[in-house]
Design a protein around this ligand. Structure first.
Ligand code: HEC
Ligand code: HEC
Length: 330
Protein backbone atom coordinates (compact mmCIF):
# COMPACT_ATOMS: atom_id res chain seq x y z
CA UNK A 1 0.00 0.00 0.00
CA UNK A 2 1.34 3.47 -0.84
CA UNK A 3 1.84 5.98 1.95
CA UNK A 4 -1.08 8.06 0.67
CA UNK A 5 -3.39 5.04 0.50
CA UNK A 6 -2.26 4.05 3.99
CA UNK A 7 -3.14 7.45 5.41
CA UNK A 8 -6.44 7.45 3.54
CA UNK A 9 -7.27 4.03 4.97
CA UNK A 10 -6.39 5.20 8.46
CA UNK A 11 -8.51 8.34 8.19
CA UNK A 12 -11.38 6.24 6.86
CA UNK A 13 -11.04 3.72 9.69
CA UNK A 14 -10.99 6.51 12.27
CA UNK A 15 -14.11 8.02 10.73
CA UNK A 16 -15.81 4.63 10.92
CA UNK A 17 -14.88 4.21 14.58
CA UNK A 18 -16.30 7.64 15.31
CA UNK A 19 -19.53 6.88 13.47
CA UNK A 20 -19.91 3.56 15.25
CA UNK A 21 -19.08 4.99 18.68
CA UNK A 22 -21.84 7.61 18.48
CA UNK A 23 -24.21 6.61 21.26
CA UNK A 24 -27.98 6.96 21.00
CA UNK A 25 -28.70 10.69 20.62
CA UNK A 26 -30.29 11.42 24.03
CA UNK A 27 -32.73 14.03 22.68
CA UNK A 28 -34.34 11.47 20.36
CA UNK A 29 -34.97 9.15 23.29
CA UNK A 30 -36.33 11.89 25.53
CA UNK A 31 -33.34 12.39 27.84
CA UNK A 32 -31.24 15.48 28.56
CA UNK A 33 -27.96 13.57 28.35
CA UNK A 34 -26.46 10.18 27.59
CA UNK A 35 -26.93 7.30 30.03
CA UNK A 36 -24.40 7.58 32.83
CA UNK A 37 -23.55 11.22 32.07
CA UNK A 38 -24.25 13.93 34.61
CA UNK A 39 -26.82 16.30 33.16
CA UNK A 40 -25.14 19.69 32.71
CA UNK A 41 -27.82 21.93 34.13
CA UNK A 42 -30.73 20.33 35.91
CA UNK A 43 -33.91 22.05 34.81
CA UNK A 44 -36.35 22.96 37.51
CA UNK A 45 -39.45 20.80 37.56
CA UNK A 46 -42.78 22.59 37.59
CA UNK A 47 -44.19 23.19 41.07
CA UNK A 48 -45.45 19.99 42.67
CA UNK A 49 -49.18 19.44 42.41
CA UNK A 50 -51.24 20.45 45.42
CA UNK A 51 -51.72 17.58 47.84
CA UNK A 52 -55.53 17.53 47.62
CA UNK A 53 -56.63 15.42 44.62
CA UNK A 54 -57.70 17.57 41.70
CA UNK A 55 -61.19 16.38 40.84
CA UNK A 56 -62.41 19.38 38.87
CA UNK A 57 -63.83 18.41 35.47
CA UNK A 58 -61.80 20.08 32.71
CA UNK A 59 -63.37 21.40 29.55
CA UNK A 60 -61.59 21.46 26.18
CA UNK A 61 -62.30 23.90 23.38
CA UNK A 62 -64.26 22.20 20.62
CA UNK A 63 -65.32 19.22 22.73
CA UNK A 64 -68.74 18.72 24.30
CA UNK A 65 -67.19 16.54 27.01
CA UNK A 66 -65.33 17.31 30.21
CA UNK A 67 -63.07 15.01 32.22
CA UNK A 68 -61.11 15.07 35.47
CA UNK A 69 -57.34 14.66 35.31
CA UNK A 70 -57.70 11.11 36.64
CA UNK A 71 -60.13 10.25 33.83
CA UNK A 72 -57.85 11.82 31.22
CA UNK A 73 -54.96 9.61 32.37
CA UNK A 74 -56.94 6.46 33.08
CA UNK A 75 -54.85 3.66 31.56
CA UNK A 76 -57.93 1.47 31.15
CA UNK A 77 -60.28 4.02 29.63
CA UNK A 78 -58.70 7.43 28.99
CA UNK A 79 -60.68 10.47 27.86
CA UNK A 80 -62.09 10.40 24.35
CA UNK A 81 -62.54 14.12 23.66
CA UNK A 82 -63.69 13.82 20.06
CA UNK A 83 -65.60 10.58 19.40
CA UNK A 84 -66.60 11.97 15.99
CA UNK A 85 -62.97 12.13 14.85
CA UNK A 86 -62.50 8.38 14.58
CA UNK A 87 -64.35 5.10 13.93
CA UNK A 88 -65.64 3.15 16.92
CA UNK A 89 -62.67 1.95 18.96
CA UNK A 90 -62.19 -1.80 19.51
CA UNK A 91 -62.19 -2.76 23.19
CA UNK A 92 -58.38 -3.13 23.35
CA UNK A 93 -57.86 0.38 21.95
CA UNK A 94 -60.46 2.04 24.19
CA UNK A 95 -59.87 0.12 27.44
CA UNK A 96 -56.89 -2.18 27.09
CA UNK A 97 -56.99 -5.42 29.07
CA UNK A 98 -56.33 -5.62 32.79
CA UNK A 99 -53.85 -6.08 34.30
CA UNK A 100 -51.04 -5.87 31.73
CA UNK A 101 -52.26 -4.09 28.61
CA UNK A 102 -53.11 -0.43 28.84
CA UNK A 103 -55.47 1.19 26.36
CA UNK A 104 -53.67 2.02 23.11
CA UNK A 105 -55.60 5.30 23.06
CA UNK A 106 -53.83 6.47 26.23
CA UNK A 107 -50.45 6.98 24.56
CA UNK A 108 -51.31 6.89 20.86
CA UNK A 109 -54.55 8.86 21.32
CA UNK A 110 -57.90 7.65 19.96
CA UNK A 111 -57.02 9.14 16.54
CA UNK A 112 -53.63 7.38 16.46
CA UNK A 113 -51.61 10.60 16.16
CA UNK A 114 -49.41 9.67 19.09
CA UNK A 115 -46.71 11.90 20.56
CA UNK A 116 -42.96 12.25 20.00
CA UNK A 117 -42.13 9.90 22.90
CA UNK A 118 -44.31 7.13 21.50
CA UNK A 119 -45.42 6.86 17.85
CA UNK A 120 -48.01 7.94 15.32
CA UNK A 121 -49.85 4.73 14.51
CA UNK A 122 -52.72 5.85 12.30
CA UNK A 123 -52.38 5.14 8.59
CA UNK A 124 -49.89 2.28 9.09
CA UNK A 125 -50.48 -0.68 6.75
CA UNK A 126 -52.24 -3.57 8.55
CA UNK A 127 -49.55 -6.10 7.59
CA UNK A 128 -46.77 -3.83 8.87
CA UNK A 129 -48.62 -3.14 12.14
CA UNK A 130 -49.12 -6.85 12.78
CA UNK A 131 -45.48 -7.64 11.92
CA UNK A 132 -44.07 -4.95 14.19
CA UNK A 133 -46.26 -6.10 17.10
CA UNK A 134 -44.87 -9.61 16.50
CA UNK A 135 -41.36 -8.11 16.60
CA UNK A 136 -42.05 -6.44 19.97
CA UNK A 137 -43.41 -9.75 21.23
CA UNK A 138 -40.34 -11.68 20.03
CA UNK A 139 -37.94 -9.19 21.65
CA UNK A 140 -36.82 -8.17 18.16
CA UNK A 141 -37.78 -4.54 18.75
CA UNK A 142 -36.25 -2.81 21.76
CA UNK A 143 -34.87 0.62 22.45
CA UNK A 144 -31.14 1.29 22.15
CA UNK A 145 -31.53 3.43 25.24
CA UNK A 146 -32.57 0.98 27.93
CA UNK A 147 -33.86 3.87 30.06
CA UNK A 148 -36.75 4.29 27.63
CA UNK A 149 -39.40 2.67 29.81
CA UNK A 150 -42.39 3.13 27.50
CA UNK A 151 -40.78 1.04 24.74
CA UNK A 152 -40.40 -1.73 27.31
CA UNK A 153 -44.10 -1.31 28.09
CA UNK A 154 -44.93 -1.83 24.39
CA UNK A 155 -43.07 -5.15 24.61
CA UNK A 156 -45.16 -6.15 27.63
CA UNK A 157 -48.40 -5.25 25.85
CA UNK A 158 -47.44 -7.19 22.72
CA UNK A 159 -46.64 -10.25 24.84
CA UNK A 160 -50.01 -10.11 26.53
CA UNK A 161 -52.25 -9.57 23.52
CA UNK A 162 -54.04 -12.20 21.46
CA UNK A 163 -53.67 -12.27 17.66
CA UNK A 164 -57.29 -11.11 17.42
CA UNK A 165 -56.60 -8.07 19.60
CA UNK A 166 -53.54 -7.14 17.55
CA UNK A 167 -55.55 -7.49 14.34
CA UNK A 168 -58.41 -5.38 15.69
CA UNK A 169 -56.02 -2.59 16.70
CA UNK A 170 -54.14 -2.81 13.37
CA UNK A 171 -57.34 -2.55 11.33
CA UNK A 172 -58.69 0.27 13.47
CA UNK A 173 -55.61 2.50 13.14
CA UNK A 174 -55.05 1.59 9.47
CA UNK A 175 -58.55 2.84 8.66
CA UNK A 176 -57.44 6.42 9.48
CA UNK A 177 -55.24 8.38 7.10
CA UNK A 178 -52.11 9.98 8.55
CA UNK A 179 -52.35 13.77 8.37
CA UNK A 180 -49.45 16.03 9.36
CA UNK A 181 -49.64 17.95 12.64
CA UNK A 182 -45.96 18.61 13.28
CA UNK A 183 -44.59 21.91 12.02
CA UNK A 184 -40.86 21.70 11.22
CA UNK A 185 -38.95 24.95 11.79
CA UNK A 186 -35.23 25.53 11.22
CA UNK A 187 -33.79 27.52 14.12
CA UNK A 188 -30.39 28.21 15.69
CA UNK A 189 -31.96 29.24 18.99
CA UNK A 190 -34.79 27.29 20.63
CA UNK A 191 -36.92 27.63 23.76
CA UNK A 192 -35.38 26.15 26.88
CA UNK A 193 -37.17 22.94 27.73
CA UNK A 194 -37.89 20.50 30.49
CA UNK A 195 -38.63 16.83 29.90
CA UNK A 196 -41.74 15.10 31.21
CA UNK A 197 -42.24 11.39 30.55
CA UNK A 198 -39.85 11.52 27.59
CA UNK A 199 -41.46 14.57 25.97
CA UNK A 200 -39.73 17.94 25.67
CA UNK A 201 -41.83 20.87 26.88
CA UNK A 202 -41.00 24.55 26.41
CA UNK A 203 -40.47 26.33 29.73
CA UNK A 204 -42.83 29.16 30.55
CA UNK A 205 -41.30 32.52 29.72
CA UNK A 206 -38.83 33.53 27.09
CA UNK A 207 -35.65 31.64 28.03
CA UNK A 208 -33.78 30.27 25.00
CA UNK A 209 -30.62 28.29 24.23
CA UNK A 210 -28.67 27.14 21.14
CA UNK A 211 -30.20 24.11 19.44
CA UNK A 212 -26.86 22.29 19.03
CA UNK A 213 -27.00 18.92 17.25
CA UNK A 214 -30.54 18.24 18.33
CA UNK A 215 -34.14 18.25 17.21
CA UNK A 216 -36.37 19.75 19.87
CA UNK A 217 -39.98 18.74 19.43
CA UNK A 218 -42.42 20.52 21.72
CA UNK A 219 -46.21 20.71 22.07
CA UNK A 220 -47.68 23.90 20.58
CA UNK A 221 -49.85 24.24 23.67
CA UNK A 222 -48.39 22.76 26.84
CA UNK A 223 -51.65 22.68 28.81
CA UNK A 224 -53.65 21.08 26.01
CA UNK A 225 -51.05 18.37 25.39
CA UNK A 226 -49.57 17.73 28.82
CA UNK A 227 -52.59 18.03 31.07
CA UNK A 228 -55.54 17.45 28.76
CA UNK A 229 -53.98 15.05 26.22
CA UNK A 230 -55.81 16.89 23.45
CA UNK A 231 -55.47 14.75 20.30
CA UNK A 232 -56.00 17.77 18.05
CA UNK A 233 -53.21 19.93 19.52
CA UNK A 234 -50.03 19.48 17.46
CA UNK A 235 -46.28 19.99 17.81
CA UNK A 236 -43.43 22.13 16.54
CA UNK A 237 -40.11 20.44 15.79
CA UNK A 238 -37.14 22.80 15.81
CA UNK A 239 -34.32 21.49 13.62
CA UNK A 240 -30.82 22.87 13.00
CA UNK A 241 -30.42 25.42 10.22
CA UNK A 242 -29.62 23.70 6.92
CA UNK A 243 -30.69 20.23 8.08
CA UNK A 244 -33.79 19.96 5.89
CA UNK A 245 -31.83 20.54 2.68
CA UNK A 246 -29.11 18.13 3.77
CA UNK A 247 -31.76 15.52 4.56
CA UNK A 248 -33.47 16.10 1.24
CA UNK A 249 -30.24 15.26 -0.61
CA UNK A 250 -29.77 12.02 1.33
CA UNK A 251 -33.40 10.95 0.98
CA UNK A 252 -33.85 11.81 -2.70
CA UNK A 253 -30.42 10.93 -4.12
CA UNK A 254 -28.94 8.50 -1.58
CA UNK A 255 -26.09 10.95 -0.99
CA UNK A 256 -23.72 9.39 -3.52
CA UNK A 257 -23.97 5.83 -2.23
CA UNK A 258 -24.18 6.63 1.48
CA UNK A 259 -27.76 5.37 1.65
CA UNK A 260 -30.60 4.27 -0.64
CA UNK A 261 -33.29 6.56 -2.03
CA UNK A 262 -36.15 6.09 0.40
CA UNK A 263 -38.84 6.44 -2.28
CA UNK A 264 -37.83 3.08 -3.76
CA UNK A 265 -39.65 1.35 -0.89
CA UNK A 266 -41.57 4.04 1.01
CA UNK A 267 -43.31 5.36 -2.12
CA UNK A 268 -42.75 8.42 -4.29
CA UNK A 269 -44.20 10.82 -1.73
CA UNK A 270 -42.91 8.77 1.26
CA UNK A 271 -46.48 8.05 2.31
CA UNK A 272 -45.93 4.30 2.25
CA UNK A 273 -46.19 1.64 -0.45
CA UNK A 274 -47.93 -1.70 0.00
CA UNK A 275 -46.90 -3.07 3.39
CA UNK A 276 -44.03 -0.55 3.81
CA UNK A 277 -45.03 2.20 6.27
CA UNK A 278 -45.23 5.89 5.44
CA UNK A 279 -42.49 8.12 6.86
CA UNK A 280 -43.67 11.57 5.69
CA UNK A 281 -44.86 14.07 8.29
CA UNK A 282 -44.14 11.80 11.25
CA UNK A 283 -42.32 12.72 14.45
CA UNK A 284 -38.62 13.31 13.68
CA UNK A 285 -37.60 12.12 17.17
CA UNK A 286 -39.45 8.87 16.54
CA UNK A 287 -37.84 8.53 13.11
CA UNK A 288 -34.31 9.00 14.47
CA UNK A 289 -34.95 6.38 17.16
CA UNK A 290 -36.01 3.86 14.52
CA UNK A 291 -33.02 4.57 12.25
CA UNK A 292 -30.60 4.34 15.17
CA UNK A 293 -32.23 1.22 16.65
CA UNK A 294 -32.12 -0.50 13.26
CA UNK A 295 -28.48 0.48 12.73
CA UNK A 296 -27.54 -0.85 16.15
CA UNK A 297 -29.56 -4.06 15.85
CA UNK A 298 -32.00 -3.47 18.71
CA UNK A 299 -34.71 -3.27 16.03
CA UNK A 300 -34.14 -6.49 14.13
CA UNK A 301 -37.45 -7.95 12.98
CA UNK A 302 -37.62 -9.92 9.74
CA UNK A 303 -38.41 -6.82 7.70
CA UNK A 304 -35.51 -4.88 9.22
CA UNK A 305 -33.15 -6.67 6.81
CA UNK A 306 -34.43 -4.32 4.10
CA UNK A 307 -33.53 -1.26 6.20
CA UNK A 308 -30.11 -2.42 7.43
CA UNK A 309 -28.16 -1.44 4.28
CA UNK A 310 -30.06 1.88 4.23
CA UNK A 311 -28.80 2.90 7.67
CA UNK A 312 -25.42 1.11 7.78
CA UNK A 313 -23.29 4.13 6.84
CA UNK A 314 -25.32 6.95 8.37
CA UNK A 315 -23.90 9.12 11.16
CA UNK A 316 -26.17 10.47 13.89
CA UNK A 317 -25.99 13.80 12.09
CA UNK A 318 -27.21 12.20 8.84
CA UNK A 319 -30.12 10.61 10.69
CA UNK A 320 -31.05 13.95 12.19
CA UNK A 321 -31.04 15.58 8.75
CA UNK A 322 -33.06 12.76 7.19
CA UNK A 323 -35.68 13.00 9.95
CA UNK A 324 -35.85 16.80 9.65
CA UNK A 325 -36.63 16.38 5.96
CA UNK A 326 -39.11 13.48 6.21
CA UNK A 327 -40.99 15.20 9.06
CA UNK A 328 -41.30 18.33 6.94
CA UNK A 329 -42.94 16.45 4.05
CA UNK A 330 -46.73 16.79 3.77
C1 HEC B 1 -47.56 3.61 27.75
C2 HEC B 1 -47.70 4.15 26.43
C3 HEC B 1 -48.14 3.21 25.33
C4 HEC B 1 -49.32 2.51 25.24
C5 HEC B 1 -50.45 2.44 26.25
C6 HEC B 1 -49.29 1.85 23.96
N1 HEC B 1 -48.14 2.13 23.30
FE1 HEC B 1 -47.65 1.57 21.40
N2 HEC B 1 -45.89 2.56 21.53
C7 HEC B 1 -45.44 3.22 22.65
C8 HEC B 1 -44.10 3.69 22.42
C9 HEC B 1 -43.24 4.44 23.41
C10 HEC B 1 -43.76 3.32 21.09
C11 HEC B 1 -42.48 3.67 20.33
C12 HEC B 1 -41.33 2.85 20.75
C13 HEC B 1 -39.99 3.45 20.35
O1 HEC B 1 -39.91 4.53 19.80
O2 HEC B 1 -39.01 2.82 20.67
C14 HEC B 1 -44.92 2.61 20.57
C15 HEC B 1 -44.98 2.08 19.29
C16 HEC B 1 -46.05 1.37 18.80
C17 HEC B 1 -46.12 0.82 17.46
C18 HEC B 1 -45.07 0.94 16.38
C19 HEC B 1 -45.42 2.05 15.41
C20 HEC B 1 -44.59 2.02 14.17
O3 HEC B 1 -44.69 2.95 13.35
O4 HEC B 1 -43.82 1.07 13.98
C21 HEC B 1 -47.31 0.14 17.36
C22 HEC B 1 -47.84 -0.59 16.16
C23 HEC B 1 -47.98 0.29 18.64
N3 HEC B 1 -47.20 1.03 19.49
C24 HEC B 1 -49.20 -0.29 18.94
C25 HEC B 1 -49.83 -0.17 20.18
C26 HEC B 1 -51.06 -0.85 20.52
C27 HEC B 1 -51.83 -1.79 19.60
C28 HEC B 1 -51.38 -0.49 21.79
C29 HEC B 1 -52.57 -0.91 22.65
C30 HEC B 1 -52.67 -2.33 22.93
C31 HEC B 1 -50.33 0.40 22.27
N4 HEC B 1 -49.41 0.55 21.25
C32 HEC B 1 -50.29 0.98 23.52
C33 HEC B 1 -46.15 3.45 23.81
C34 HEC B 1 -47.40 2.95 24.10
C1 HEC C 1 -35.31 -1.61 0.32
C2 HEC C 1 -36.51 -1.00 0.83
C3 HEC C 1 -36.36 0.21 1.75
C4 HEC C 1 -35.64 1.35 1.53
C5 HEC C 1 -34.78 1.72 0.35
C6 HEC C 1 -35.89 2.20 2.68
N1 HEC C 1 -36.73 1.59 3.57
FE1 HEC C 1 -37.28 2.28 5.38
N2 HEC C 1 -38.31 0.57 5.75
C7 HEC C 1 -38.40 -0.50 4.89
C8 HEC C 1 -39.09 -1.58 5.55
C9 HEC C 1 -39.42 -2.94 4.95
C10 HEC C 1 -39.39 -1.14 6.86
C11 HEC C 1 -39.98 -1.93 8.02
C12 HEC C 1 -38.79 -2.43 8.80
C13 HEC C 1 -39.10 -3.10 10.12
O1 HEC C 1 -40.25 -3.19 10.50
O2 HEC C 1 -38.15 -3.50 10.81
C14 HEC C 1 -38.89 0.22 6.94
C15 HEC C 1 -39.00 1.00 8.07
C16 HEC C 1 -38.57 2.31 8.17
C17 HEC C 1 -38.77 3.16 9.29
C18 HEC C 1 -39.55 2.81 10.55
C19 HEC C 1 -41.01 3.16 10.33
C20 HEC C 1 -41.86 3.01 11.53
O3 HEC C 1 -43.05 3.34 11.43
O4 HEC C 1 -41.37 2.58 12.56
C21 HEC C 1 -38.21 4.35 9.01
C22 HEC C 1 -38.17 5.59 9.89
C23 HEC C 1 -37.63 4.24 7.69
N3 HEC C 1 -37.86 2.98 7.19
C24 HEC C 1 -36.93 5.26 7.05
C25 HEC C 1 -36.32 5.12 5.83
C26 HEC C 1 -35.52 6.14 5.21
C27 HEC C 1 -35.30 7.51 5.81
C28 HEC C 1 -35.06 5.65 4.03
C29 HEC C 1 -34.14 6.33 3.02
C30 HEC C 1 -32.93 6.92 3.57
C31 HEC C 1 -35.59 4.30 3.91
N4 HEC C 1 -36.34 4.02 5.01
C32 HEC C 1 -35.33 3.46 2.84
C33 HEC C 1 -37.91 -0.56 3.60
C34 HEC C 1 -37.05 0.36 3.04
Amino acid sequence: MSRAACIAALVFATALVFAASDGPPPWAYGFPSAAGATPSAPVAAPPAAASAPDVAPRPLTGSAASFTLAQIRDGFGPADWFPGDHPQMPEIVAHGKKPDVRACSLCHYPNGKGRPENAGVSGLPVAYFIQTMADFKADARKSSDTRKANTNLMVTYAKNMTDEEVKAAAEYFAAMTWTPWIKVVEAAIVPKTRIAGGMFIALDGTATEPIGDRIIEVPDDTERTESLRDPRSGFTAYVPVGSIKKGETLVTTGGGGKTTRCAVCHGADLKGMGPVPGIAGRSPSYTVRQLFDTQHGTRKGVWADLMKPVVANLSNEDMLAIAAYTASRP
